[in-house]
Design a protein around this ligand. Structure first.
Ligand SMILES: [Zn+2]
Length: 316
């Protein structure tokens, strides 16, 4: 899939020597002088040859204490005086690192909003086990979505519907039926541009977030939980934008190629044959005559159940 490269991990910089050297300015002769002061028992005026430790523990930029070697008179000092603890200079504040969702291998761009869910492309089934993720793209469609909803219901199957924003907006009743039947919503952009990975960041962001708003309004407030780029045209940027809006990027393992209308048998054969690739299977309920898709699902869903598969949702 284009544009899914993993960027190298960014290592938080640690400056060498930070915090080291504080308080290092205490000179050994300070104690000798103190003992001399006690022994001589004269006036509590100590003649010192150096500045000793700075009150703030700091040192000059070159490591010196900034004092010359001249004799000077300090304030009275008693042997019992507790040496002051040098203040520790404040550690430099590291640049904020976005929290990384558990298991995420992608490195978020710290200049972008942090991901709320993993920005890695999901393929697995939530909760694991022997289940498949039925995913149905390019709708909702007033002809085909109701038919496919009925087939899913007849087979007790759940699915994830990757919707095109304006179509969701045009058919809010269908979006609500999808949600009411217990399926999940997925953002499939505004215009379904399969070359969007070559477009500007502003374009990609609009495609994702505008469609998410359209789907959410059509559903009556239920947000899409996934983002599937048309044709898999993800970029690291688009994956983070989606994940920062709570949508897990969603891939697939088995492309049923139902949109090529190769015949019902070809669709079912391909899916059965490629099921070993992984659990997420791609179908369509929009973009043309989906009669073959419906017929294939009518055969495949009972077959899957018969072979011990459950129907789940992709991980988030
Ligand atoms: Zn699509």
């Amino acid at each position: 899939m284009a544009g899914t490269g993993i960027r190298p991990a960014r290592t938080a910089g640690v400056r060498a020597g930070t915090g080291v050297g504080a308080g290092a300015g205490v000179r050994a002769e300070g104690g000798v002088r103190a003992r001399a002061a006690v022994l001589v028992l004269i006036a509590a005026v100590l003649v010192t040859g150096c500045g000793g430790q700075r009150a703030d523990g700091s040192k000059g930029a070159d490591g010196s204490d900034g004092k010359g070697g001249g004799v000077r008179v300090d304030a009275p000092r008693t042997p019992s005086a507790t040496p002051s603890t040098p203040a520790t200079p404040a550690a430099p504040t590291p640049p904020p690192t976005p929290p990384t969702p558990p298991g995420q291998t992608s490195s978020p761009d710290p200049k972008l909003p942090p991901p709320l869910v993993s920005m890695d492309i999901a393929h697995a089934v939530e909760g694991g086990g022997r289940s498949v993720n039925i995913t149905i793209d390019d709708g909702p469609d007033p002809t085909w979505t109701p038919k496919i909803l009925k087939i899913l219901r007849d087979n007790g199957a759940r699915a994830t519907f990757c919707m095109i924003g304006p179509q969701a907006e045009a058919h809010p009743d269908l979006v609500k039926r999808v949600v009411a039947d217990g399926h999940r919503l997925c953002d499939h952009t505004v215009t379904h541009n399969t070359s969007m990975d070559h477009r500007s960041k502003a374009y990609q962001k609009d495609q994702i977030l505008v469609a998410a708003g359209q789907i959410t309004r059509a559903s009556g407030g239920v947000k899409p939980l996934y983002y599937r780029a048309p044709g898999g045209a993800f970029t690291p940027y688009s994956r983070q934008i989606a994940a920062s809006a709570g949508m897990r990027p969603l891939g697939w393992n088995v492309d049923s190629k139902d949109y090529e209308e190769p015949g019902v048998h070809a669709i079912t054969h391909l899916v059965k044959h490629e099921l070993g690739n992984g659990p997420t299977i791609l179908f369509h309920d929009g973009g043309g005559d989906r009669g073959q898709t419906a017929a294939a699902l009518r055969k495949l869903l009972p077959w899957l159940r018969h072979h011990g598969y459950g129907f789940g949702f992709p991980v988030r």
